[in-house]
Unconditional design. Structure first.
Length: 72
């Protein structure tokens, strides 16, 4: 999957994303749902499990940088 097709997709945090942590998100791609390792797009953000996020950057094969879609 190309970088352009991942950026902008929405997903849900399944493992806390934050500074110094490698979190996890699940994103709907290729007709299914896949898990990706996740880092915060802004280094100081902490994003808790269950939060809806959008992919800001994709580093193949399985790493994404994300930010929360809605303010909490």
């Amino acid at each position: 999957m190309g970088e352009a097709s991942m950026v902008g997709l929405m997903g849900r945090v399944t493992g806390t994303v934050g500074p110094g942590l490698v979190g996890e998100v699940i994103v709907r791609v290729r007709g299914g749902a896949e898990h990706f390792l996740a880092h915060p797009a802004f280094g100081t953000d902490r994003i808790e499990p269950g939060t809806v996020v959008t992919v800001v950057e994709y580093l193949p094969p399985r790493t994404v940088y994300v930010q929360a879609v809605y303010d909490s």
